[in-house]
Write a protein that binds this ligand. Structure first.
Ligand code: FES
Length: 156
């Protein structure tokens, strides 16, 4: 699975390819929002512009899906490396800084350290899940009937 390295929180979090970055962060208890977003956010619709994250230089361009039209519009006056977490889907492992508008002590050094430690690339597709019917088809036919036949053969 791809790994999201949250620099501010000092945590590596696994997710499935294609998962929404905001949803993964919230599921894992990562504080994604500043005060304004905590008090009220759009729930991931790309309207409140409070779920900023920074993707540092050196991160593979394809780690997240490309900027959406909403991001192009809403992030016009923000640094190029900023994204709206609710608009980004994780495709490969990457480094993320939450709440980039809030100061982070030794930010440059923390980013360098986060980028220097390799991340697993992670698969690019979801695991194949078999249905109960497929599982049943894959099972060799043995059971009480087969056991009875074996017993009968031994006696005969
Ligand atoms: S949650 Fe509102 S813009 Fe992302």
């Amino acid at each position: 699975m791809p790994v999201i390295r949250f620099v501010r929180e000092g945590r590596d979090v696994e997710c499935y390819p294609g998962e929404n970055l905001r949803e993964v962060a919230l599921r894992e208890g990562i504080q994604l929002y500043g005060l304004k977003g905590t008090l009220g956010n759009c729930g991931g619709c790309g309207q409140c512009i409070t779920c900023f994250v920074e993707i540092p230089e050196g991160t593979a361009a394809q780690a997240l899906t490309p900027r959406t039209a909403v991001e192009d519009q809403k992030l016009r006056r923000r640094p190029d490396g900023w994204r709206l977490a609710c608009q980004a889907l994780v495709q490969q492992s990457l480094v993320v800084i939450t709440r980039p508008q809030v100061g982070l002590a030794d930010k440059t050094a923390q980013i360098e350290q986060a980028l220097a430690t390799p991340l697993p690339p992670g698969p690019t597709s979801w695991p194949v899940v078999s249905t109960p019917e497929e599982d049943a088809d894959a099972q060799p036919e043995q059971g009480p009937a087969g056991a009875a036949e074996a017993t009968a053969d031994e006696e005969g």
